[in-house]
Design a protein around this ligand. Sequence first.
Ligand SMILES: C[S@@+](CC[C@H](N)C(=O)[O-])C[C@H]1O[C@@H](n2cnc3c(N)ncnc32)[C@H](O)[C@@H]1O
Length: 281
Amino acid sequence: MRDSYLSELVQRWQLPSDYLENDSPWQLQWRDERLSLRYCAACQPAANGETSNPLPRRPAAAKQLVATVDWVSGTVGYRRRQPGIHHEAVARAVGIKGRYAPTVIDATAGWGRDAAILANLGCPITLVESHPVVAALLEDGLRRAAAHPETASMSQRMQLVHSDAATYLQNLPTEARPEVIYLDPMYPHPAGKARHAEVKQEMALLQLLVPAQQGEGLLSVALDTAQKRVVVKRPRGADALDNLPPAVAINSAKHRFDLYLYPKPLEMMEGGKVANPHEHR
Ligand SMILES: C[S@@+](CC[C@H](N)C(=O)[O-])C[C@H]1O[C@@H](n2cnc3c(N)ncnc32)[C@H](O)[C@@H]1O
C-alpha cells in the first residue's frame, strides 16, 4: 500500500523519482497514515556538478529535517483552540471582525499554517502553492483535516490550487477576485529564530527546498487583483516587499503584517480625493 501510494503520488504530481529513493537527500515518506517530507543531509552525495538529480543540493543546516502538513494537532491545533484566536495579528491583518470573515487567496500557501487559522475563523480561502512537493503535502493535510471532526468544517472552506500564483491571479475571472490576497513569500531570515521546534524545522526545510526569489513580482499582481486589501507578512525589521510602503502595519512578536488597503484610509487621502495608492494600479 505504502509503496504503491507513494508511486502514484510521484506520478500524479510529476515529481522526480528520486523522492522515493532511500539514498536521496529528499524523500517522501508514508508513515502513520500521513505523508511527510524528509531532508537528510547525510544522504547528500558530494556535489561534483555532474549529477542528473534535479533536486536542490545545498549545504545542510541540520542532519535531518522532517515536515508534514498538520492542522489537526501540533502548533496549528494548539492555536486553533485558543479562545483569543480572533485577536491573532494575522486575523486582524486580513480584517476579520465579529462575524465578518473575508474571502482570501493565500498566494504563497507553504505549509498552510496561516491559511488554516484564517479558515478556522470562517474565511473561505484558496491556497495557491507553486512547489509540487509542498502542494502534495498540502493535499495530504487537507485530506486529514477533512476526515477529523474538529477540522472538517474548516477544511470545507479551503481549496488547494497548484500553480504559480502570479499566473493564477492574472487569469482569475473578475467575479472570482477575492476580498483579500495574503502573501508570505520566502525571506532569507533565520528559521532558527522561530519559537517552536516544529515551525523551525518546517521553515528550515522550506528554505532549502524553495528558491527565495520565487515570490518576486507577486505584490504588483496581487494589488491589481484584490478587491479590498493585500496583506504581506514580513519578518519584523525587514524592508517592505518590493520597497512599497504599506498603508498600515500590524506587528506581532516575530512578524509584521503590511496592509495595502482599498480604498485608501481617510487619513491618506490627498485634497479630498483618494490618491493613487500604487503608481502602477
Ligand atoms: C514562507 S512560505 C509560506 C508559509 C505559509 N504562510 C504558512 O503559514 O505555512 C512561502 C511559500 O510560497 C510558495 N511560493 C513562492 N512563490 C510562489 C508563487 N509565485 N506562487 C505560488 N507559491 C509560491 C513557496 O513555494 C513556499 O511554499
